[in-house]
Write a protein that binds this ligand. Structure first.
Ligand code: PEP
Ligand code: MN
Length: 361
């Protein structure tokens, strides 16, 4: 396993090695299904690690909750036949013990477990003195600290190789995704912890097959260190997550269609051109900051007048006017409404805080 991982960005996210590819069924269902999926995946030559869920944390009781330890020897056999190391999800100390007993190579902590520090600690305690890579999925809610907290608990147990899996975040109501990616959260975590490999799980972000390709490409474009994709020999009849699984053949095509990119190049011409454009951006950013500073000074002046005349900080009509003007101006310049609203929200909030200070301090 060490040799397989060493060839990938999982071993060194700063390197220009290939991303780590993990694939396999959402759930191990039968020995035949596990072995057939594993053999077909091996045939693509594109998979580094075989995944399968043995214990399935389901939102509501009554659906298939995983085959349990009975499935672990099937994974062992799949590994013998294909040479692919294996990974399963664990959520309790007993599950860690069972997985280790059957020679599972990598463990992962699922999104529903990362949210609960008691469970993560239970898993961490069971891992003391064990040398095995552990992958930690983001919690189902968009809380970076909770995700980092889980990493720290596992690291404190002595686990040296920790990786992250970004599988998106639950949101209320219908969105294009099963779990909204909120890419900026994963990007912020990458910025804070560049040493931790970040793997994308397009299957659980998408929840459907038709956008798996686009989500996978986006992750690679954001310099992710690996992909985890669910595959099944008969996806429509899968016992869990049927809508998002694809056949090993389709998986092979998906990977072939990805445009692989690098974070850097030594090409002089490209680097010079890039530097020139980046300098232009820096200049514009400096101007924007200067203008924002001036804008806030005027907001403070208005605050002073409002104070003297006992006028409220917020006047809904004026706020609507600012938004309308902004959206109209943005449209002409090709700025999305979503961006314009976010920008004015941030600027407006800062103005309110400044006026609050002037009026109440
Ligand atoms: C899974 O990988 O099958 C799974 C249950 O994922 P998550 O924890 O992201 O929901
Ligand atoms: Mn799944």
């Amino acid at each position: 396993m060490e040799q397989i991982l060493a060839k990938t960005k999982f071993a060194d996210p700063a390197s220009d090695k290939k991303p780590l590819i993990i694939s396999g069924p959402c759930s191990a269902e039968t020995e035949e299904q596990v072995l057939a999926t594993a053999l077909a995946l091996a045939k693509t030559g594109k998979v580094d690690v075989l995944r399968a869920g043995i214990w399935k944390p389901r939102t509501r009781p009554g659906s298939f909750e995983g085959i349990g330890p009975k499935g672990l020897p099937w994974l062992q056999k799949a590994k013998e036949l294909t040479g692919m190391p294996t990974t399963v999800e664990v959520a309790t100390a007993k599950q860690v013990e069972d997985a280790l007993h059957f020679g599972v190579d990598i463990l992962w902590i699922g999104a529903r477990t990362t949210v609960n520090p008691f469970s993560v600690q239970d898993v961490a305690d069971a891992l003391k003195g064990v040398k095995i890579p552990v992958l930690i999925k983001n919690p189902i809610n968009p809380d970076l600290e909770l995700w980092i907290g889980a990493v720290e608990r596992i690291q404190k147990a002595g686990i040296e190789k920790v990786g992250l899996i970004h599988r998106g975040f639950s949101s209320y109501g219908n969105t294009e995704y099963r779990n909204a990616p909120m890419w900026h959260l994963a990007i912020e975590l990458k910025r804070r912890h560049p040493e931790l490999p970040m793997i994308c799980d397009p299957s659980h972000i998408s929840g459907r097959r038709d956008i798996l390709q686009a989500v996978s490409q986006e992750a690679i474009d954001l310099d992710y260190d690996g992909l985890m994709l669910e595959t099944h020999i008969d996806p429509d009849n899968a016992w869990s997550d049927a809508k998002q699984q694809i056949t090993p053949e389709k998986f092979g095509e998906l990977l072939s269609n990805i445009t692989w990119r690098h974070e850097r190049t030594d090409q002089k011409e490209f680097n010079t051109a890039l530097e020139k454009l980046r300098n232009q951006i820096n200049g514009i950013d400096d101007e924007i900051m200067l203008l924002l500073g001036n804008r806030m000074k005027i907001a403070e002046k208005i605050g002073q007048y409002k104070k003297e005349n006992n006028i409220t900080i917020l006047q809904t009509n004026r706020w609507n006017e600012i938004l309308d003007r902004g959206i109209r101006a943005g449209e002409k310049l090709g700025l999305t409404k979503d961006f314009v609203l976010k920008y004015f929200d941030a600027v407006h909030l800062e103005s309110i805080n400044r006026q609050n200070k002037v009026m109440n301090d």
